[in-house]
Design a protein around this ligand. Sequence first.
Ligand code: CU
Length: 439
Amino acid sequence: MTSRREFIGYTSAGALATVLGPVSANAQDAPRAPARSSNEPYLPTRTLNGWTLPYKMKDGVKEFHLVAEEIEHEFAPGSRAKCWGYNGTTPGPTIEAVEGDRIRILVTNNLPEHTTIHWHGLLLPSGMDGVGGLNQPHIQPGETFAYEYTLQQHGSHMYHPHADEMVQLAVGMMGMFIIHPKNGEEVPIDRDYCFVLHNWAMHPGTYRPDPAIMQDFDLWTMNSKVFPAIDPLVARTGERVRVRMANLSMWNHPMHMHGVQFQVTGSDGGRWPQTLWRPEVTEIVGVGQIRDIEFIAIPGDWAFHCHMAHHTMNAMGHEIPNPLGVDQSGVDEEIRKMLPGYQAMGRDGMAEHQDHLAMGHHPGPENTLPMVSGVGPYGNIEMGGMFTTVKVRDDIAPGDYSDPGWYQAPKGTVAAQVDDSGLDSPPRRGGAIHSKHSK
Ligand SMILES: [Cu+2]
């Protein structure tokens, strides 16, 4: 691992980290750098819950240093695991550079097995592409390799191992690689967020992701965090916000944003010509893809999440039979043999789950998050996994990313209960089983 002293010698887009102290393993606690604090000619990207890798300038080459290693990671308070990542975190730090830059990336392998890094989507010499055995010898434990090439493109990209991929991706080895256009942005951006979507088989009560799982994952993450531990995307009213969404999981994710029609404006292929931009409210980010979306910020608290309903939940216990509508008296003991800590619930839906846990009715399995959590100004949000919020306010200073708290909705603009005693029967077809208005 690079020492603090070495870090201080680096030029950084996130320069505050070098001034105020060592880069922490969980960078969500790191000081918030103002967006335009750097000397870089571009607006630095903000990696949700993450950080940007500082570099050193050496003879006209930007030199970065990644260290592949085992790390202690927290998905949210109450769920931690031994994962693999880079320089102390999963995902690894974001690499940022400019089209035309010559870059050198030193990769030190502190893992117990060999690795490589593939620069996903980058145009480079074949020998720098990072497929172990095909383009280069594997990087053995304890070795450091250098990758060096000139950036010929701009856009949102990723890096990840191309060695024992099933295991190394499953346990968290990935990061983003942002290349800014050398001539600046034709349409200027005020805030630029990025994250990688991923899935984890963190079986209840365990401390290591299971790499053998193909479909039944327990945790669905944005930058290796689950709601409510995912940072909100903060913006000032009227700002142009870009979100770069990458996917290195085992599923496609239809990412849905409330409150706006965003434009899909770019991908691994760079920021597209404006004639290709299209308005959407949900954009599927396929496995191995990146999609950039942009929108003008509208005041409010807006949900932003994957639309696969199970991807906004945490540990599921997939082997449990469907409890909906079932009287489960006496079955807890039986199920507890399969899932320690299980308590029968779900007869009337799963919303009660969050209340049961909040009231301390049962602790749940060790090191296992409740399926849903998060409390908003009006009650339980009942979400987990790939869910966060876009928080837009009129009075946020440019470059301030701190959480502004909950939105104070103008009077008369919040849905509220009305007196339904004098209502006519509503139009309907078919027979409801239980309904106040079913006659
Ligand atoms: Cu999803």
